[in-house]
Design a protein around this ligand. Structure first.
Ligand code: UD1
Ligand code: CA
Length: 454
């Protein structure tokens, strides 16, 4: 028998999202919803995946990388019609089974898909439908059972009152025998309230033909939730948020309050790190062991070594080696690279800057386009004047240099190793190693000024 194959339906418009973006590209915890479906399929050992795309398909293709095969449904004539588009690709799997599911159900878990597949195989059914019992079934297809079990699925728009009162619904997730799917799809007609080719009619045709049709009731009905609007998107994101945080906690991360901690599905965190409330970790962020993050900190696409502490700060596209400390209230921007034990204090902005081991920028500074050596101390209120209106210029500060408070470093500029800059200087010329630079107006004291004032 061939490989395990799954078809994902994602050609829909997603009208109720009120968006220019294809529905399946809307994100939950930083990841487009269709990726959750694909990842669940892969975790359930589906080796081959066919995705049916339509509206905005070229954009969707970009997130499917090379792990899916793509077919297009140019006209939206219903879920049955969508699966028909995959039939040519399905031929190689004749004799086997095939999962079919929707691209907008990101809460379905691999374990459920595996159970569905196993029940289908074990019972030798021709179709097995994943169902859910929900208190408000409106909008879903209803599961209509007779003496022989599942007889048909009736869409809300085609249902009579008795059928509408059924609480067991079709989740839109199925396992089919490829041969039977192929056969019955050819017999579909669009004779129904929506004038569409319903995939659900395949189930009815199989039952009418005396073929074995099974159902598997979903234990956690909320997992079947399809996303049709932004309210459902937010609800589903909340579920994923809790799942992601739970995994981190079970892997040894302390999350003080999971209710107000936001961690993208793509983030990695080391053991014994503590995450305080109000933390948002996004994108390709990697955090080491024994870090203390937050409260109220946002870190995006950044890499933090072990033992880093960040308090009330915002870090984007930066690399921080072990034991650095940041904050409170600092902003590390793209291209910031800190060596071990660098200290960034309060109200400091750093951009495109490397800082060597044990250097400190403790208070109220802007440091941009700079290369800072080891053991450098940057005094309070230091500003690199890196922009002359046309170009960004570089400031180099040698090992062990001491920059006095309230210094302006007018780039391009080189401050030598061990150099010393007097407080309040505006430095425009390079400073040799070990020299003292003072570049400020001399203080003049005028005696008895107070008496002469009037
Ligand atoms: C479908 C089921 C319904 C089930 C529900 C679960 C049918 C006829 N009905 O209804 O029984 O309870 O899902 O959520 O199948 N799609 C295409 N091409 C199309 C139409 C749809 O690719 O021409 C895709 C959509 O992108 C979506 C999925 O199929 O991912 C389901 O389509 P949707 O229109 O949401 O179906 P429902 O009416 O919700
Ligand atoms: Ca739907």
């Amino acid at each position: 028998m061939g490989k395990n194959i799954a078809i994902v339906l994602a050609a829909g418009l997603g009208t109720r999202m009120k968006s220019k973006k294809p529905k399946v590209l809307h994100e939950l915890c930083g990841v487009p919803m269709i990726r959750y479906v694909i990842d669940a399929l892969k975790a359930a050992d589906m080796e081959d995946i066919i995705v049916v795309l339509g509206y905005g398909g070229e954009e969707v293709e970009k997130v499917l990388e090379k792990d899916c095969r793509i077919v297009y449904q140019r006209e939206r004539l219903g879920t049955g019609h969508a699966v028909m588009q995959a039939l040519p690709e399905l031929q190689a799997y004749d004799g086997g089974n095939c999962l079919v599911l929707c691209g907008d159900t990101p809460l379905l878990q691999a374990a459920t898909l595996r159970l569905l597949w196993e029940k289908h195989v074990k019972t030798k059914a021709q179709a097995t439908v994943l169902t859910a019992e929900i208190s408000d079934p409106s909008g879903y297809g209803r599961i209509i059972k007779g003496a022989q079990g599942l007889e048909r699925i009736v869409e809300e728009k085609d249902a009579n009152d008795r059928e509408k009162s059924v609480n067991e619904v079709n989740t839109g997730t199925y396992c089919f025998s490829v041969t039977e799917l192929n056969d019955k799809l050819k017999k579909l007609t669009p004779v129904n309230a929506q004038g569409e080719y319903y995939l659900t009619d395949v189930v009815r045709l199989l039952a009418e033909d005396g073929k074995r049709v099974e159902t598997l009731l979903l234990e956690e009905p909320a997992d079947a939730q399809g996303i049709n609007n932004r309210l459902q998107l937010a609800e589903a994101e909340k579920v994923w948020r809790q799942r992601i945080i739970k995994v981190h906690m079970l892997e040894g991360v302390t999350v003080i309050n999971p209710e107000n901690t936001y961690i993208d599905a793509t983030v990695k965190i080391g053991q014994d790190t503590v995450i305080y409330p109000g933390v948002i970790l996004q994108g390709k962020t990697v955090i080491g062991e024994n870090c203390i993050i937050g409260p109220n900190t946002r870190i995006v696409d950044s890499c933090l070594g072990d033992g880093v502490k960040v308090d009330y700060s915002y870090i984007v596209e930066a690399k921080l080696a072990a034991d650095c400390t940041v904050g409170p209230f600092s902003y590390l921007r793209s291209g910031t690279e800190l060596s071990p034990r660098v200290k960034i204090g309060g109200f400091v902005e750093v951009k495109k800057t490397q800082a060597g081991e044990d250097s400190k920028i403790p208070h109220l500074s802007y440091v941009g386009d700079s290369i800072i050596g080891k053991d450098v101390n940057i005094g309070a209120g230091t500003i690199t004047c890196n922009y002359d209106g046309n170009n960004k210029n570089i400031t180099e500060i040698g090992d062990g240099a001491f920059v006095g408070s309230n210094t302006n470093l007018v780039a391009p500029l080189k401050v030598g190793k061990g150099a010393y800059i007097g407080a309040g200087s505006t430095v425009t010329k390079n400073i040799p190693d070990d020299a003292l630079a003072i570049a400020r107006g001399r203080q003049k004291n005028i005696a008895n000024w107070k008496g002469k004032e009037k």
